[in-house]
Every structure is written in C-alpha cells, then in structure tokens.
Design a protein around this ligand. Structure first.
Ligand code: KIV
Length: 283
C-alpha cells in the first residue's frame, strides 16, 4: 500500500504532469475498495444526499450526515487523502460559522481537506478557513447546491461571458488560499486555460481531459445510481444489475427451499436420539 498523499504531493503531481484519480465514497466498504485500488483521493461528497440517502438534490444534506459518512470513509481508507464536502448551509451564513463547521471535518472525522462550492461570493469563507490552517478545495462551474439559481444541473462556461466570470472566480479562489480547484461541467477549452493559468492543481468532473486529474461519482461509474446519468459519466460496471439479480435469485431460492443448504447450517453436537428425547419433554 502506498504512502498517504499530502497536498504537497498533489502539487508535485501537477508540476510533473502526473494525473490524479479520485472518486466519491460515502461508506466503509466503498472507501476500502478505493484504497485497495490506490485512488489518489476520495471525496465524501454531499452527493451522498442523492446517491445514498435518496434525496432529489444535495440541499437537504446536514453537517451530521456529512460527519457520520466522513468517519465511515476514514475508517475504510486510513491511508488515503480524503476530502470532506461542506453541505449547503454550513458555510454560507458567516465566516465564523464556516470555520467552525470546517474544523469539525478535521477534529471529528480526520479529513485531510474540505471542499466548498462557489466563486467570488464565498471568497471570505475560503480565506477564513485557509487562515485557520485547513486545506481548502474550491469548486466552480456546475455547483449542485446552487443548481436552483443555475436553472438545474446544467453545463456552465459555454459562452464567453460566463467563461470570463469563471476564470475570474478561479484566479480569486487561488488568491484567497485554496490549494486545489474542481471544475464541474465546463468545456475542456476553459478547463485547459484555467489549469494552465493557476499554480494549484485543477481537477475535472465533466470538464474534460486537459487538467490535473479526474473525479467521478462512485454511484455513477459503478452503475448504482439509477435516477439519471450525466453526459460526462463513463460506466465501468453495472452493479445495480448484479445486486438486483442476486436478490432475485435469493427470493427464488427461499421460496423453493433451495436455501439454506446443508453446508449453511449448524449441526447438532449431541445425538439426534438425545435431541428427540429432549423435544418429547416439551410435548
Ligand atoms: O458532492 C459531490 O460529489 C460533488 C461532486 C459533484 C463534485 O461535489
């Protein structure tokens, strides 16, 4: 198993042109698989609201949900760089509130960094959390927590005017102290420009190849999340089908007395005759 990466290793990977691969995970088993597969990072995304908790969006996710899932992921991946995602409402209210909630990710769940969504309007929060000594990942482009303002889960930065806004956001996020930036659902031309312009690593989810690495949501890439599949997802497995078929086979086995088999039961230690005698005492 490789040594746990630090933010300096991630910066060095950018400098050397080595790509980082990260996924989201929300629980112990998925985190253990990610660590065994030597992912560079794991994001405990607030996408857990949709992928795991069954909400329609990420807005209902609470700090308690995030902390609990971050703890499970840390137990499953003790040697992986893990980022806790700040949920809606945990950093918008004030700089003090943002710092206090960010600290919880480190103190209670042993996260290596936090991520928060937004550009210039959250700069004071990025600066305050960074000044508290916490590694901050910015996140711009499609920002699911404010998808209401964006008119839904829509690609961003496709026209010059909005691309210019995103470039200004990216530059100021770096100046505010963020140590990495995630671009979601923007054109690769813009991704390439921003990742060359910034000295911090720039990562993509649905933002194309030309940057410092890729993030994908585990539920999407494994074929577990069935509500919808964004254009930018590559499905590496169809786990929903595997699980549903296993459940169907189990139902069939139970209803037809094919499970459990003899090898699945605990056999008596005394003789059957002794058992039968004992049963009679109760008749
Ligand atoms: O919550 C999450 O998984 C995210 C990704 C969509 C980037 O923030």
């Amino acid at each position: 198993m490789g040594k746990k990466k630090t933010i300096l290793d991630l910066a060095e990977m950018k400098a050397k042109g080595k790509k980082a691969a990260w996924i989201t995970a929300y629980d112990f088993p998925m985190a253990s698989f990610a660590e065994q597969a030597e992912l560079d990072m794991i994001l405990v995304g607030d996408s857990l609201g949709m992928v795991v908790l069954g909400y329609q969006g990420t807005v209902p996710v609470t700090m308690e949900d995030c902390i609990s899932h971050c703890k499970a992921v840390r137990r499953g991946a003790p040697n992986t760089f893990v980022i806790g995602d700040m949920p809606f409402g945990s950093y918008q209210i004030s700089d003090e509130d943002a710092v206090s909630n960010a600290c919880r990710f480190l103190k209670e769940a042993d996260m290596d960094a936090i991520k928060l969504e937004g550009g210039r309007r959250v700069l004071s929060k990025i600066k305050a959390i960074s000044d508290a000594g916490i590694v901050v990942f910015g996140h711009i482009g499609l920002t699911p927590q404010s998808s209401g303002q964006q008119g839904g889960f829509k690609a961003q930065g496709r026209d010059v005017k909005s691309a210019r806004e995103l470039i200004a956001d990216a530059i100021q996020i770096q100046e505010a102290g963020a140590r990495a930036l995630l671009l979601e659902a923007v054109p690769p031309e813009l991704t390439e420009f921003i990742s060359k312009k910034l000295s911090i690593p720039v990562y993509s989810i649905g933002a194309g190849l030309p940057c410092d690495g890729q993030l994908i949501i585990c539920g999407d890439m494994l074929g577990m999340f069935q509500a919808f599949t964004p254009k930018f997802v590559k499905k590496y497995a169809n786990v929903a089908e595997v699980i549903t078929n296993a459940f169907k086979e189990y139902v069939d086995d139970v209803k037809n007395d094919k499970f459990p088999e003899d090898k699945h039961v605990y056999h008596v230690k005394d003789s059957i005759e002794d058992f039968e005698k004992m049963f009679k005492e109760f008749e």
